[in-house]
Design a protein around this ligand. Structure first.
Ligand SMILES: Cc1cc2nc3c(=O)[nH]c(=O)nc-3n(C[C@H](O)[C@H](O)[C@H](O)COP(=O)(O)O)c2cc1C
Length: 435
């Protein structure tokens, strides 16, 4: 693609009332939950700003000491189905676990969402890093390598399920008495080590062929899976050089799998703290940090590092943390950031309570647009997953302030040119079994 016409992709990573642990307490945060009106406001604001997609993460833990934005919320697919009715172009992406679900259920839910939204569904394929999630299923949490082996099978089974029917199978020919076209059903026969599927999907083939597949694990096995199956790669990065290294490593692995370099788009998360002046932005950030609940922030930090950090003095150094079976790439990212910037445990604690290790630019819309442009132009990103510290105030500020600058610079679309999420992202539509 001509470098000058290359377009940035933007998603909004929706975690209400806010990604920052203290975000919900800000006066411009709407902290009621669950909150359909807020979700509709975010979706319509994102669509008016021509965002590619609205993204929901997911996990299964709840409790007093968890991040406030994760403990009481809507089930993602149900919510996106409702939002499909209040939007017409915006991509609708949800997370579903390959460790704690069956391929049939996931394939069917996303196929259904793709129909409800006329081709705007995306699935964030996650292996679910946190062992806490296993409790609600009454199961042992599988080790890291096994979770990825399960994910490979899971996705393969889902693809077969989506291809159960050819694109135009449901002809409903009343004259001929044919509801479906003969020969258009291809019953999957998948026998894996972890999953077996021997029956077709009772949903017609999705409008996008397959919903857009997102992959968000950045460890070695995570990247390998992304290179094989992902259309979009979410990642946490906070240093330009390391983000560039991740980007080129992933693009090289794509080529190794026989895929084009633009067959998968790399979208790091970014938490922009937007103010009318830099000073105002810094004040907003300081206020958010004053509102951090220590127990909740320790939970977020300990989960990311895979060890209980609350036993260490906050003003001491960041201790060495052994590699665990949880989320490997994020622990490495955070320890590297702490060592590179010589952070105390308190400083790391604040960074993680804010953006969990993602890029964290603080400033005016112009300053934030400059950072995004630099990462985009200098080989670190194809776009960004925007993670406002609180909703709706900071998302509105981004949509109102930063997006028009990106549009003026020709980096981001002024309007949609297609109707499906694959259209927005410039992705190929997978053909049906007839090829
Ligand atoms: C932007 C982004 C969003 C993510 N969302 C989720 C999520 O909703 N649920 C989840 O279990 N993991 C989520 N993850 C975590 C990864 O899917 C993965 O489980 C984790 O990074 C561990 O994988 P790794 O060991 O390969 O790094 C997300 C990661 C990123 C970068």
């Amino acid at each position: 693609m001509d470098r000058s016409s290359r377009q940035m992709r933007l998603g909004v990573f929706v975690q209400t009332p806010g990604h920052h642990v203290g975000g919900w307490r800000h006066p411009e945060a709407d902290a009621r939950t669950p909150n359909l009106a807020l979700m509709q406001h975010i979706a319509t604001t994102a669509e008016a700003a021509k965002f590619d997609m609205f993204f929901l993460g997911d996990g299964f833990a709840t409790g007093y000491g968890e991040h406030p934005s994760t403990i009481g919320k809507f089930e993602p697919l149900g919510l996106l189905s409702a939002l499909a009715m209040s939007t017409t172009r915006l991509g609708l992406a949800a997370t579903a676990s390959t460790t704690y679900a069956e391929p049939y259920h996931v394939a069917r839910s996303f196929a259904s969402l793709d129909h409800l939204s006329a081709g705007r569904a995306a699935w964030n394929v996650v292996t679910t890093a946190y062992s806490k999630s296993s409790a609600v299923f009454g199961r042992q949490h599988p080790p890291h390598a096994e979770r990825y082996a399960m994910a490979e099978e899971f996705v393969e089974a889902c693809r077969l399920l989506w291809d159960s029917w050819d694109d135009d199978s449901f002809i409903a020919d009343k004259q001929a008495g044919l509801f479906v076209r003969p020969g258009s059903l291809h019953v999957p026969a998948f026998d894996g080590k972890y999953f077996s599927v021997r029956g077709g999907l009772n949903v017609p083939r999705p409008p996008q062929g397959h919903p857009v597949l997102i992959q968000a694990g950045s460890s070695g096995p995570g990247q390998a899976l992304a290179a094989r199956i992902a259309d979009v790669v979410f990642t946490a990065q906070n240093d330009l050089a390391e983000a560039q290294a991740f980007y080129s490593s992933l693009k090289a692995q794509l080529a190794g799998c026989g895929r084009a370099v633009d067959a998968a788009l790399v979208m790091p998360g970014v938490m922009p703290v937007v103010g009318r002046t830099e000073r105002e932005a810094r004040e907003i950030f300081a206020e958010l940090n004053r509102n951090i609940d220590t127990a909740q922030a320790f939970t977020v930090l300990s989960e990311r590092l895979g060890a209980d950090m609350s036993v260490h003095p906050l003003d001491g150094p960041v201790p060495d943390v052994p590699e665990t079976e949880h989320l490997k790439s994020r622990a490495t990212l955070l320890i590297q950031m702490a060592r590179r910037e010589n952070l105390s445990l308190r400083e790391l604690f604040h960074r993680v309570a804010a953006a969990r290790g993602h890029l964290l630019p603080i400033g005016t819309p112009l300053q934030i647009a400059d950072v995004l442009e630099r990462w985009f132009r200098e080989g670190a990103a194809d776009g960004f997953n925007v993670m406002p510290p609180f909703f709706p105030g900071q998302f509105d500020a981004f949509a109102r302030g930063v997006v028009p600058i990106l549009q003026e610079r020709g980096l981001f679309r002024a309007d949609y040119t297609g109707t499906t999420l694959r259209d927005h992202l410039g992705l190929r539509r997978p053909a049906d079994r007839r090829g």
